[in-house]
Design a protein around this ligand. Structure first.
Ligand code: GTA
Length: 329
């Protein structure tokens, strides 16, 4: 371990041990006090599985389509990383069952205490057909999109049928996740909200994932950016990095800061992930480093309006031109 990593871990560990202390105190006091992590009713007891959309033994997750009451739903289950700060408790507080022993080698099944064996669970309900498709494992193909293709094919499509960005407006208006905000610049033109992405459980910095959501509402994606957006992008870049350094002790040299093209949600936002963590969608076919975006706009103020952009698209093989025929982008 490097001293920097130990420092980062200790920040998270501090936050975590505070949480544990609070939870223990709440337990001893019979619960119900302020500070206790809210226990939710198990809505998944009623979940009826229809089919598995995808799963991965390596990533230890599964995406399930089903019904919650009468509504379509997608449930994502994901095993979380094993944290160094829980090892002592894991070793001392678990049951160990021998599977096999051979010479110096032996394998066991370790039955950890429940609080060290949680599964991160995401529920999308009611889920649209588009959500179901998004999480379904499908072969993907690289689409080539010129500036004209964007105007004549992609733009009409996203105006008609992109995912709702209500969740984004809820964040900007403090109707949801207000207590999770890490940093905010309230300026309507260059301001933004920085908060943990919902894929990150915030238990360890190793898979740090935050998103910065612009306050301005008229910028859909990379394609809309011109040099007029430079003050906004530079502000997000600088203040986002500063806030992450302050809160998580992670320097800019440890961050991957990028935009997706195409995004799922057409409201300008920037992804901040820890370098080395292979976040979904961080590959070169989808992620555009914010530093590059800024430089490209500095050298050509219409760069993203005119460039051919490439992005992966699931389902049938199609180019932007072919998409015109079947009405899908
Ligand atoms: N804080 O309500 C939210 C919220 N929603 C609805 C989305 N995000 C949210 N964050 C908060 N609160 O990083 C986050 C998303 C994403 C970003 C939008 O906003 O987690 P994008 O517009 O570029 O869309 O970014 P993107 O990247 O396609 O979305 P997403 O959902 O990350 O999907 C990419 C792939 O990641 C999926 O196809 C799937 O393979 C994988 N994935 C998605 N969700 C999960 C999950 N919960 N666990 C594991 N893998 C997941």
């Amino acid at each position: 371990d490097t001293p920097a990593k130990r420092e980062i871990d200790s920040v998270v560990t501090d936050e975590l041990s505070q949480k544990v202390k609070r939870a223990k105190a709440d337990n001893e006091n019979g619960g119900g006090e302020v500070g206790k992590e809210p226990e939710s009713e198990n809505i998944l007891r009623e979940f009826k599985t229809s089919n598995v959309l995808s799963d991965s033994a390596r990533e230890k997750n599964i995406f399930i389509h089903g019904k919650l009451a009468d509504q379509e739903a997608v449930v994502i289950l994901e095993k979380t990383p094993i944290r160094e700060d829980t090892l002592a408790e894991l070793f001392s507080g678990s049951r160990l069952k021998l599977e096999m022993k051979n010479d110096i080698y032996s394998t066991y099944r370790l039955q950890a205490p429940p609080h060290l064996n949680e599964i991160k669970t995401t529920v999308v309900c009611p889920a649209t057909e588009k959500h179901v498709k998004k999480y379904q494992r499908q072969e993907s193909f690289l689409v080539e999109e010129t500036g004209e293709d964007y105007q004549s094919i992609t733009l009409p499509y996203i105006q008609k049928q992109s995912f709702s960005v209500q969740w984004v407006y809820n964040i900007l208006e403090k109707k949801a996740e207000a207590d999770r905000i890490v940093y905010e610049d309230p300026d309507p033109k260059v301001g933004f909200v920085l908060l943990p992405d919902f894929k990150w459980d915030q238990k360890q910095v190793d898979d740090l994932y935050l998103i910065a959501i612009a306050h301005q509402r008229d910028t859909r994606s990379l394609r809309d950016l011109t040099s007029e957006h430079l003050p906004l992008l530079q502000n997000i870049f600088q203040k986002g990095k500063d806030a992450i350094l302050e809160r998580y002790k992670l320097p800019a040299s440890k961050l991957r800061v990028y935009l997706h093209y195409q995004p799922s949600y057409y409201h300008l936002h920037v992804h901040f992930t820890k370098l080395g963590y292979e976040a979904p969608g961080c590959g070169v076919e989808r992620a555009h480093l914010l530093a590059d975006v800024i430089q490209n706009l500095q050298s050509n103020h219409q760069y993203y309006k005119s460039r051919t952009l490439y992005f992966p698209s699931e389902g049938r093989r199609r180019t932007a031109q072919q998409v015109q025929g079947d009405g899908e982008a």
